[in-house]
Design a binder for this molecule. Sequence first.
Ligand SMILES: *Cc1c(COP(=O)(O)O)cnc(C)c1O
Length: 376
Amino acid sequence: MSATSDFSVPANIRAISPYRAGKPSSELAREFGLEPASIVKLASNENPLGFSPRVKQALIDYLSTSSLAELGRYPDPNAFDLKAVLAQHYDVEMANLTIGNGSNDLLEIISLAFLDEHSSAVYSEHAFVVYKLSTQARGARHLAVSTKGLGLDLERMYEAIEEDTRLVYIANPNNPTGTFHPRDDIIAFLDRVYASRGNKTLVVLDEAYNEYLDPELRFNSAELIKHYPNLVVLRTFSKAYGLAGLRVGFAIAQSEVTDYLNRVRQPFNVNTLAQIAAMVALEDEEFLAQSYQMNKAGKAYLSAEFERMGIAYVPSFTNFILFEMNEAPKVAEALLAKGVIVRPVVGDGLPNHLRVSIGTEEENQRFIAALKEVLA
Ligand SMILES: *Cc1c(COP(=O)(O)O)cnc(C)c1O
């Protein structure tokens, strides 16, 4: 028996299997003795262009002037300046906004505010694993609904709602499948949940990949909170904005929900540099457009290569592609040895798939070349 076995850890915490993140390049470099610069990391859906040059300049300016001394102080606990810019951008009130240390933090905050051991949350299998983790951490029951094909089955998700269900998580587009539901499907779902449950069940609409949608598919979800008091929309600066390392995301909801979120939020959850970077990032539409275009081209290239190689893949609405692979974990290992990091999705219940983030043109080509070598 191990020395730690007598810790009084609640059963719901013992039941948690820790989140397995995409492998960092530095770790792979150490393991295989590779040159860090030669590694292609396509495992965590980061923006291959990095972030806006305007953000870079803003950070450099901050760090090279007397403002730097401000880092000795706590950040603005209410992120006033960032909220002001976001409120204008999304045409909502500042009272509708909660800023998080990434949207992961917001998922945690939402679960803290709404779940306890007398409640349940509904989520889809093959969806973002943090929905399950944060539910488990609260000791709430987690109700996993199977997908339809590899897309969310909104009909079954609605039917899965029980009397004690306080949260339903919808990732749209979904990770790791890359599937998407258009506005009408989401509205129909919200209407049904609100009609039958009122404010007893909150819908968490996680739109981490929104900025990668084709313009005709994007819809104004921020505006929907005016009609649905039970809706929380989540967005992040980690994906298209390229600020994954700084950790910023935000929630949009009616002010009463925002108030509850703020009660459990850590007061200084978002650091000063992250607040500055997010503010500037939001304004650089040119960088966002460039990122979208590059992703679109990369998606077309990778999709065409998969087809040529006879590899089945899920048409993607995001900056990653889920593709089918026999012995996927072995293939992922073999790719690692060639300096290419993709994401195994066994933990998401997909043992015969891999997820590859869309990189730069050169990164995508290196990935395809490595995959061809591994499969040969
Ligand atoms: C990447 C991702 C997030 C964002 O996480 P951050 O904490 O903001 O970096 C949220 N939801 C989904 C579905 C994601 O894939």
